[in-house]
Design a protein around this ligand. Sequence first.
Ligand code: PXP
Length: 242
Amino acid sequence: MSKIRLGVNIDHVATVRNARGEIYPSPLRASLFSERNGADSITIHLREDRRHINDDDLKKIKSKLKIPLNLEIAATKEMLKIALKHKPPYVCIVPEKREEITTEGGLKLSYKRNFLKEMISKLKKKGIRVSLFIEPSFKDIKTSKFLGADCIEIHTGKFCNLVNGNKLYKKELKKIKDSVNLGNDLGLEVHAGHGLTFRSAKILSKISNIKEFNIGHFLIGESIFIGLSNSIKKFKKIIKSR
Ligand code: PXP
C-alpha cells in the first residue's frame, strides 16, 4: 500500500501573526519545524489580499525549505507571474473571492478556461507540478485532464461539514471515492483537502489512491493543545493506518 503524503498548510500561523501586526509567530519557523517533524510538503496560499501569507513569507520559505513547497494561487496574471518567478515545485490553482472567509468550493473550470490552460502549460514548462482544486465532480475531473493538469485536489469541505455535524455522509463519501477512481483512471494524481480533522481524515484515508492530503486550519488549531509536532504526527499516523 503506497504512503499518503501529508502537506501541512501553515497559512494560519500567518493569520495569528497578522492579527497583531507582529513579526511572530513566524511562518518560516513553522515551515521548517513542520519539515523536521514529518511534513511531506508545506502548503501556503498567497491570497490576492495577502490576508495571511505575504510575498516575503513566500520568498523566505522557498529559499530555506528542503521538502517541496506547494503554492496555492488564484488564476490571475499577477499570481502566474509570481509563481513563474519563484518556481515552487508544486502549484495548486484555487478559486478566490475577496469576501470569503476561506476557499469556498472548487474552481469553476468553465470560467477562464483558456487562461487556465495557458497558465497550466506555462507552469509545467518550468517543471512545476500543477494541481487544480475542484469539487468531486466527474465533469470537472475530465476538464482538469483536458486542461493539462498533473493532479487534482478534491475539495472535501462538504464532506467534512457533514462529519463534523454528525450528519449522514455516506453519499458524499461515495462521490469522493468515485471521483478518486475516475481521476486515477485518467492518469491524474489525486489529492484531497479542506476542512479535514482527525476524524474526517481517518475516514478518507481508507480510500485507496488518494496520494496527498493538504491540511491546515484544524492541524494548526490542534497544535494549541497538543503542540505542532504532535498534531503533525497524529495526522501522519491516521493517514497511514488505512
Ligand atoms: N487545500 C486547498 C487547495 C486549500 O485551499 C485549503 C485551504 O486554504 C486547504 C487544502 C486546507 O484547508 P484547511 O485549512 O481547512 O485544512
